[in-house]
Design a protein around this ligand. Sequence first.
Ligand SMILES: [Zn+2]
Length: 167
Amino acid sequence: MERLWAPWRAQYVASFTRADQMSECFLCAAAKSAREHDRELLVVARWESCFALLNRYPYNSGHVMVAPYRHVGEMEELADAELCELMVRVREVLRALKSELSPHGFNVGLNLGRAAGAGLPEHLHIHIVPRWHGDTNFMPVLAEVKVVSQALEEVYERLHAALHGGS
Ligand SMILES: [Zn+2]
């Protein structure tokens, strides 16, 4: 695999190393925090049993995670209603990302267990990563451009508005 210039990935890994040593997981911390902190925690929407937040160290612009409020690591531990809402909200996020960022495709999925690459295996979350033609081949160049030109704050504002009936 080619080496990518991706300093935010290094921070991402470092943050999880630290997270491992902390008692509370960052998803629970975000889930429990007051709404006035949503912007700084990058929480774009809260629903009945799950919520969505932007990944602070994204694989790509607009990388969103949808997670249940409950600290649950296995699909089997989710109630039917939680699982249903999770998928319905993933669809809602996809719709918002399409309207705001016009990606050409998406990677949507779960990493269950550390062996599968989960950074936080104790609290499952569905990754939604927008993809554009050519962004694999030109990741080192495009990633840098994207991070600079479409900052997290801008993506946050657009997605937050789209998920709350705006734009
Ligand atoms: Zn948790």
